[in-house]
Design a protein around this ligand. Structure first.
Ligand SMILES: [Fe+2]
Length: 552
């Protein structure tokens, strides 16, 4: 059974599920090159459909309870007549892709938060008989839900609690982010990074009356956020809520980093008061999280450090770009009630490019390159020489993190490498930390109280003995946000880090996404070439091909 999942909106995406297994998932931003692109994911749908023989789709799942917009019918020209308005006519130009689906194809409409929950639950690999707490939190879904509690049991998701926009702790955090000068729905990670430099005590209570409050697992005080306005600029949504203006005034009284620290404290405190009581109510120690709030890796660490959770999984694409997968999985499990719950092995669900195609592209561009027998060995020795390496291999990652297929890499052994990567490539705010990739079998040498975590979606404390050895990836508060690399999941990347470890004694490298500031992660080799030539990256490993600026 094949299900096509479609998310239209912020983080537009499409996904393909076959017999409950994710075969493809890609965000439209990677093709159109606008971060968090909001609109119809035409190219993502085309990519998914390119993997399906004869457009043989059984169901189309939309990540919204609303009826499909005209664009969806335009793309899915064969969708069943019952889903088509009487006055429907093809409106798109003929050269746009369209797919003639089977006349009996089913269209399913999955509410926003249910799609978030399904993404986490149906990739958890848990025994369907076990009882699981699933929590979804974001700014607000288009179902006007901001926070929801679900019980996962018997392969089904049952809604236990839903809070509307007045309970949105996500919007509060985004308001602080906007006040600090960054984009709502994009810059929240900067607020979190800055928070580690501040002291929440110095701004304690500054946000009283500006956020909802939770106790015993429910909102006890809602907050009136007022109207939300949204400007769509160059294909991306820019939201604004009035509280951000009020919070901006607080900058006259408090330091930026102290306000960020207080916002982080409020977020952690309120989310814990909401989530943890449900572990007792549902009598479980298994917690699955999804929704954009759980992009906050420090919050995720805090929940884990509470010691209340035995099995903690955060869906690695918790923002809205993960909704296409979630909607498709929900649709599949609705009709296959006894199906097993698949486990997440990896998120390499995007396009790939063969060596032949890459070589042809390099020749067309008249570039100097070398084909290598062991590109992993070349990359490892360049890293050991403190070169910055762009690493483009295999299928592109789904989700916000580069996980060793579209990455920029550097040695973590010198503190200045962090500044060098920042200055030459990323041009990010200097307070933002980079995360490491480390070999899973070396986990406990580097990390304290860590579990296996392969998606850079939570932070852990670094082992004090290693803090000096890998300063480029250690945040000022002594935490790191790691990807643990297993040989069976990504053999080439694993081998490369192994080679690097044999040269340097450290089985850990700095890993950041392959893109320059403000761009989505590279998708096509062309994106990697542009990044290579438009930044201070020293070496590009493009499939089996090596490009070096020294050789130019
Ligand atoms: Fe969402």
């Amino acid at each position: 059974m094949r299900v096509l999942g479609i998310h239209h909106g912020h983080g537009a995406a499409a996904a393909l599920i076959e017999d409950g297994r994710v075969v493809a998932d890609v965000a439209e931003e990677r093709f159109v090159r606008v971060k968090h692109y909001s609109g119809a994911p035409y190219q993502s749908i085309a990519y998914c459909m390119s993997l399906v023989p004869q457009n043989d789709i059984d169901m189309v799942a939309f990540s919204s309870h609303r009826r499909p917009k005209a664009w969806a019918l335009d793309v899915l020209a064969g969708a069943a007549p019952e889903y088509r308005p009487a006055d429907w006519q093809r409106r798109l130009p003929l050269y746009f892709p369209s797919f003639t689906l089977r006349p009996d194809v089913q269209a399913i409409f999955v509410p926003h938060h249910r799609a978030h929950a399904a993404a986490a639950y149906y990739t958890s690999g848990l025994d369907p008989a076990a009882r699981t707490l699933v929590v979804t939190m974001d700014g607000s879904g288009d179902d006007d839900v901001a926070n929801a509690i679900w019980r996962g049991e018997g392969g089904k998701l049952e809604l236990c609690y839903a809070g509307g926009q007045g309970t949105s702790i996500g919007w509060f955090y985004s308001n602080v982010t906007e006040a600090l000068g960054w984009q709502h729905g994009e810059g929240e990670g900067k607020t979190m990074g800055l928070a580690a430099y501040g002291d929440a005590e110095d701004a304690r209570g500054a946000f009283d009356g500006l956020h909802p409050r939770f106790d015993h697992g429910a909102a006890v005080e809602e907050h009136d956020f007022g109207p939300i306005s949204c400007a769509t600029v160059s294909g991306a949504n820019h939201w604004h809520l009035r509280d951000s203006t009020t919070i901006q005034q607080l900058l006259h009284k408090h330091a930026r980093e102290d306000l960020a620290a207080e916002a982080q404290r409020v977020l952690e405190h309120q989310v814990m008061a909401f989530v943890l009581p449900w572990l007792d109510k549902l009598d479980t120690q298994t917690l699955l999280c999804s929704g954009g709030v759980f992009l906050n890796v420090k919050l995720n660490q805090r929940i884990w450090s509470s010691g209340r959770v035995k099995d903690h999984q955060i869906f690695p694409n918790p923002g809205d770009a993960g909704l296409a997968v979630g909607a498709a999985l929900d649709a599949y499990h609705r009709t296959q009630a006894t199906a097993e719950i698949g486990a997440l092995q990896d998120v390499y669900w995007g396009p790939q490019y063969s060596d032949d195609r890459i070589e042809a592209m390099l020749k067309t561009r008249r570039l100097r390159f070398r084909r290598r027998d062991d590109i992993a060995a070349d990359a490892a020795s360049a890293l050991a020489d403190d070169k910055i390496v762009a690493w483009f291999q295999g299928r592109m990652e789904s989700g916000p993190r580069a996980l060793g297929n579209r990455s920029i890499l550097a040695s973590a052994g010198r503190a200045e490498n962090r500044d060098i990567v920042n200055e030459r490539v990323k041009q990010r705010e200097t307070f933002r930390p980079f995360g490491p990739s480390l070999l899973a079998e070396h986990r406990d040498e580097y990390l304290l109280n860590a579990r296996n975590e392969e998606f850079m979606i939570t932070s852990f404390d670094i082992n004090a003995r290693k803090r000096e050895a890998v300063p480029a990836v250690t945040h000022v508060d002594g935490t790191v946000r790691p990807q643990m690399v297993r040989a069976e999941v990504n053999p080439l990347y694993h081998r490369m880090i192994q080679n690097y470890g044999e040269l340097t004694g450290e089985y850990l490298i700095l890993n950041t996404s392959l893109n320059v500031r403000g761009e989505p992660i590279a998708c096509h080799p062309r994106d990697a070439l542009r990044c290579f030539f438009d930044s201070g990256v020293d070496v590009l490993c493009l499939g089996s091909y090596l490009l070096s600026k020294e050789a130019l």
